[in-house]
Design a protein around this ligand. Structure first.
Ligand code: GLA
Length: 407
């Protein structure tokens, strides 16, 4: 009798537990706030090497970037060598003479994590071996190297179904039992925000970014977009983002060919929309201004707020926009963005503009509750919401504030 109870209990446990271990899924405890790190592509394109990555790792520590939260150090395209006769991928031995495992060990010893890049098609965008037909082999290889993050691109994919292709890599990663963040990079082509949450941890919502304020750069069959153009493409996507699954407007161009004001505005807006903060500049040689932008912990805290709510445009006056983002503890961030190439005044009469964010059930009723205001770039108090907020926004810049309920 006792034996049969025991047997039944074991069978029941297997029915309940075993499928949840066996059925593939993504690693759910990763990227609970937008991932932060660095990626080689925007600044170095195909010029990646073990030397560069080690120097960047050192600079991430000495600059304070790591301590500000930038943990993932991601090698983009062109690290690849060839597949061997069994189909396993190898690193380019000239560029990575000590091998990827040794590089991962080095990066880990600095308290950082290592990311790598592949492609769902036959070849990467840079013409290196893609993972198509080698998904499980590649995932095993990455796990054995100690990789923590995979950006998975979409070149040379022919008629592949995007969701299915990304699920294949998700399942391959899951089978290795190594928690690896999966960054879906199909440029928003098949609306990854509608299926990405169960597949990966972030998905690109647009094509490639380029380091200009509001330009469009044609490359024949595709176009890259300046900061404002990419920002405009994030419209109507906020309901899809949250802890573990983020809209990704692309890696940052802060500190590249932008002015200091433009870099500050770009960074602020990425934080307002809870974007992954993946720096794309040369950390080794960045200016004091760039470092101060990237490591402003009060602005980073807006991005990293644990509620993970993407902000929204509250008012659009053409050149001037006012954005709002609900934060935990009934706090809010606001960003006054000036898109124009001359300074512009902006104001907000709080008491006439209660906010109701119906989708995330957040509200701020300024006629009932006073908030204190803090300027997150000037790092100083700016009165309360009992007075109309008035400011002048420099050209291509922002004024960014946080408000806290007054006790
Ligand atoms: C695509 C991606 C970029 C970068 C390159 C590498 O264009 O969108 O972010 O990874 O490929 O070739």
């Amino acid at each position: 009798m006792k034996k049969s109870i025991l047997l039944n209990a074991i069978i029941l446990i297997q029915i309940l537990i075993v499928p949840s271990f066996c059925s593939a899924q993504k690693f759910n405890d990763l990227a609970l706030t937008p991932p932060m790190g660095w990626n080689s592509w925007n600044k170095f394109a195909c010029d990646v090497s073990e030397k560069l990555i080690k120097e960047i790792a050192d600079a991430m520590v000495s600059s304070g970037m790591r301590d500000a939260g930038y943990i993932y150090l991601n090698i983009d395209d062109c690290w690849h060598g060839e597949r061997d006769s069994l189909g396993f991928i190898h690193e380019n031995h000239e560029r990575f003479p000590s091998g990827m495992k040794a590089l991962a060990d080095y990066v880990h010893s600095k308290g950082l994590k290592l990311g790598i890049y592949s492609d769902a098609g036959t070849q990467t965008c840079g013409g290196h071996p893609g993972s198509r037909g080698h998904e499980y082999q590649d995932a095993i290889t990455y796990a054995s190297w100690g990789i923590d993050y995979l950006k998975y691109d979409w070149c040379n994919t022919g008629e592949l179904n995007a969701k299915e292709a990304y699920i294949s890599m998700r399942d391959a990663i899951y089978s290795t039992e190594r928690p690896i963040v999966l960054s879906i990079c199909e440029w928003g082509t098949y609306k990854p925000w509608t299926w990405g949450a169960e597949v990966g941890h972030l998905w690109r919502t647009a094509g490639d970014i380029v380091d200009c304020w509001d330009c469009e750069l044609g490359h024949g069959i595709w176009t890259s977009n300046g900061i404002m153009k990419v920002l405009d493409m994030q419209k109507d996507l906020r309901q899809y983002a949250g802890p573990g699954h983020w809209n990704d407007p692309d890696m940052m161009e802060v500190g590249n060919a932008l002015t200091v004001s433009e870099s500050r505005a770009h960074f602020s807006m990425w934080c307002m929309i809870a974007a992954p903060l993946i720096a794309g500049n040369d950390i080794r040689t960045m200016s004091k201004e760039t470092k101060e932008i990237l490591t402003n912990t009060e602005v980073i805290a807006v991005d990293q707020d644990k509620l993970g709510i993407q902000g929204f445009k509250m008012f659009d006056y053409g050149d001037v926009e006012i954005w709002a983002k609900p934060l935990s503890n009934d706090e809010w961030a606001f960003c006054f963005l000036n898109r124009a190439d001359k300074p512009n005044p902006a104001e907000l009469n709080w008491k006439e503009n209660n906010i109701y964010d119906d989708f995330f059930h957040k509200k701020a009723e300024f006629n009932k509750q006073t908030y204190t205001i803090r300027d997150l770039w000037a790092k100083k108090a700016l009165g309360t919401t009992d007075e109309t907020f008035k400011t002048i926004i420099p050209a291509h810049d922002v004024i960014m504030i946080k408000i806290v309920p007054k006790k």
